[in-house]
Design a protein around this ligand. Structure first.
Ligand code: MRU
Length: 340
């Protein structure tokens, strides 16, 4: 399976996802600030992968000063810096909260902190892969045989510590012998579907076809997809789900064509502090991502551009949320409370 990130020789190696599918190359981060830049520039992306990378960033911060007196304040500065990289992914804040707890648990003696923080980051990574395997097992129960599965963006091994959430369900279904094929929305403007999901599925030997985002309705109307599975960046307490821009339109199409619409996500993506999806902070990305294509300007100069990275799918459009603790079905508020 593709290695999205790895701790090696005291540094964090990140597969540079901006270069896929044409180049498989790793960027090495040796400081927390380099990790923060990599998250902001989307060298690493996908909510769980962002959280894991940030956790290793905090571990790096602990090693950046030899002065024990300054270590804790340097770590807290790193946590604040990493927190400010991408606002929507709940897993980022969740992972940083775990690292913060580790700092607090060390009390007034920071000597063991570098080791403790690295071990916590490693735990977060190992747990994520295990959690995704469980999401895969639970999700496999709703996948028919054969199944043509439409997905949006990339919620695969590349977006996590490994295996993936939405693509993890697809991997589990394929591994259990079901005949599955994937339709990947290209996912404008950064093409995570065309570049990443298609690459990841091809590497896994799972048949995949790429379509433009606007073509999803065409394929659903022709009954060419049996179900839709997407990932999530943040889920509010009532089940409303923020995910890559275009997910909401897809959910509306799914309802219109009576195609089941599943969200696959670890419980670390669920934000119990937010009652509804309209309270989820939505990242606005640079206009340049929409204005240019292959280095050429495609929007006339002077014309404003909107580039929200995520939208919110209301819970009423979701068939079930697939978590590592099982499937949550409507009414979501109650179901989510139960799994916590
Ligand atoms: O902007 P990105 O590429 O980080 O957005 C990623 C997504 O929208 C994923 O679907 C989500 O983070 C879940 S990844 C398991």
């Amino acid at each position: 399976m593709v290695l999205t990130l790895e701790w090696k020789n005291g540094g964090l190696l990140l597969l540079d996802q901006r270069l896929l599918p044409n180049q498989v190359s790793y960027r090495e981060c040796r400081t927390w600030a380099e990790v923060a830049d990599a998250i902001r520039e989307m060298v690493v992306r996908g909510a769980p992968a962002i959280g894991i990378a940030a956790a290793f960033g905090v571990a790096l911060a602990a090693g950046e000063t030899g002065d024990h007196g300054r270590m804790v304040s340097e770590i807290r500065r790193a946590i604040a810096g990493l927190r400010s990289t991408r606002p929507t992914a709940r897993n980022l804040f969740w992972a940083l909260e775990r690292m913060e707890k580790t700092v607090s648990s060390a009390g007034s003696d920071p000597t063991g902190l570098p080791r403790l923080l690295l071990s916590e980051a490693r735990n977060i990574l190992a747990e994520d892969i295990e959690i995704n395997r469980r999401i895969g097992e639970f999700g496999n129960e709703v996948v028919p045989d054969p199944a043509r599965i439409l997905t949006h963006c990339n919620a695969g091994a590349l977006a996590t510590g490994g295996f993936g959430t939405a693509l993890g369900v697809i991997r589990a279904a394929a591994a259990s012998g079901k005949k599955v094929s994937v339709i990947a929305d290209e996912t404008r403007p950064l093409f995570q579907g065309a570049r990443l999901t298609a690459w990841e599925m091809r590497e896994a030997g799972i048949p995949v076809k790429v379509i433009t985002d606007g073509a999803a309705g065409f394929f659903l109307a022709r009954k060419e997809a049996d179900l839709i599975i997407v990932g999530a960046d943040r889920i509010s307490a009532n089940g409303d789900t923020a995910n890559k821009i275009g997910t909401y339109s897809l959910a509306i199409l799914a309802q219109a064509h009576q195609v089941p619409f599943y969200v696959a996500a670890p419980t670390s993506t669920i934000d119990l502090s937010l009652a509804r999806g309209d309270l989820i902070p939505i990242e606005e990305r640079p206009a340049e991502e929409v204005e240019t294509w292959a280095g050429e300007r495609i929007v006339p100069t002077g014309v404003p551009v909107g580039n929200p990275a995520f939208d919110v799918t209301p819970a009423r459009l979701i068939t079930a949320i697939i978590t590592e603790r099982g499937l949550v079905r409507p009414p979501f508020e109650e179901g989510i409370r139960r799994i916590f």
